[in-house]
Design a protein around this ligand. Structure first.
Ligand SMILES: [Fe+2]
Length: 398
């Protein structure tokens, strides 16, 4: 395992070093889904496996992809049993199937779960082993089988990010396979595919986008490039998320949220996620709660903890949200945290106390501490700190 880049980084602030590249060719636009066959042809692929989930299949989007690809003479196979909080066992099964079929290109269609699963399957096809063999940073030996990612929700950012979050079903732990070579080769971001997403899923996935923006903004691996993208992602969420939830047919809002997902995904691909995802993935791995819901809950929790070291970032965030300046920077930064809490309330995101068993506080704290991305949080946290963070939020919402 390589050392986490947040630990090995030299320099501070504007002088801190850093390396990033964003290799995904992202196509954004209404109707770009119809270019899928052309994109596949560009790879010279003859056998393609579509990785998706039953919900996306039910919407008819997978059928549309199959029709498009078969009309272009491509042999298409399906692996559509991906579940939310995608499982290692399904990635292994998908990779075995793809290996038997001599698949040379993967097409992920869906939200974060199918896209992350396709990335993991691509890793297993060329690197072998179990997903946990490739956990953490820069561990791959071989270039994965390429993935074309078709995003059907607005929030995951996985369509352009270098990580795949896969649940280890034995350890009940979320693993992060993080390597620039995991980035999809192509992302098709077609806002029209998001029109049929139900309001509650729109809300949760939209908060996932915001959590990427904010985790990138306060991340220890922040750069001016990622800050610019993160702040724009947050601005777009503030402008469009409520609108997309209230009226799913609002074209401008759906486009705005698809752009928010994309730009926040790029931001977090430059940096890493941070403490919000440490908290969110601890809850998700324990109770199988949707990722976006856990991120929405985790955001104000970690922002309050990080406030002493991230105040300036949250002042800039408040401006991105369109909030007026407070009496001083502390008040302005606190208004950004209050804004996130209000957004959760208006989107009917559950409270922490609705989801967790108070007897599990130590377990949740241990899982959050063990998360790969805890090293990226701007304020160091040990198990007792995480326990306090959970306990404080539980007391607030019980
Ligand atoms: Fe996320």
């Amino acid at each position: 395992m390589s050392e986490h880049p947040a630990i090995t980084r030299r320099g501070v602030g504007i002088a801190a070093d850093g390396t990033f590249h964003m290799p995904t060719r992202a196509q954004f636009g209404r109707g770009v889904f119809d270019t899928l066959a052309t994109e596949v042809a560009g790879f010279g692929a003859s056998r393609v496996m579509i990785v998706s989930d039953p919900g996306v299949v039910a919407l008819g989007i997978v059928d549309r992809a199959v029709s498009q690809l078969e009309a272009a003479g491509v042999e298409v196979h399906l692996f559509t049993k991906v579940q939310p909080n995608p499982r290692d066992v399904h990635c292994i099964e998908g990779a075995e199937l793809a290996r038997e079929l001599n698949i040379d290109l993967l097409v992920a269609i869906g939200g974060g779960s199918p896209i992350d699963s396709a990335k993991c399957i691509g890793v297993l096809l060329t690197n072998g082993g179990h997903p946990r063999d490739w956990e953490d940073f820069g561990t791959l030996r071989q270039q994965p089988v390429p993935v074309i990612a078709v995003a059907t929700t607005a929030g995951t950012g996985s369509e352009v990010s270098p990580s795949a979050i896969i649940t280890d079903t034995v350890r009940k732990k979320k693993m992060n396979l993080f390597d620039p070579r995991i980035c999809p080769a192509v992302a098709l971001v077609d806002p029209d595919l998001t029109f049929s997403v139900p309001a509650a899923v729109t809300a949760a996935t939209g908060m996932d986008a915001l959590s990427h923006a904010i985790d990138s903004l306060h991340c220890r691996l922040d750069t001016p490039a990622s800050d610019g993208m993160a702040l724009e992602g947050a601005r777009l969420v503030a402008l469009y998320l409520k609108r997309a939830v209230v009226d799913g047919s609002d074209v401008e809002a759906r486009c705005g949220m698809a752009q928010a997902s994309l730009v926040s995904g790029l931001a977090v691909g430059i940096t890493d996620v941070a403490g919000c995802h440490s908290i969110a993935e601890a809850i998700g791995a324990t109770y199988d709660t949707p990722h976006g819901v856990t991120c929405a809950i985790g955001l104000p929790m970690i922002m309050e903890y990080n406030l002493p070291v991230s105040r300036d970032k949250y002042v800039r965030l408040a401006h991105a949200f369109g909030l007026p300046a407070g009496v001083d920077d502390q008040a302005t930064a606190e208004s950004a945290i209050a804004y996130v809490r209000d957004l959760n309330t208006s989107l009917r995101i559950p409270n922490l106390s609705d989801l967790i068993d108070p007897a599990d506080l130590d377990l949740l704290a241990a899982k959050a501490l063990a998360n790969t991305s805890t090293a990226s949080n701007p304020r160091a946290a040990d198990a007792a700190d995480f326990r306090d963070i959970f306990a404080k939020e539980l007391a607030r919402t019980s």
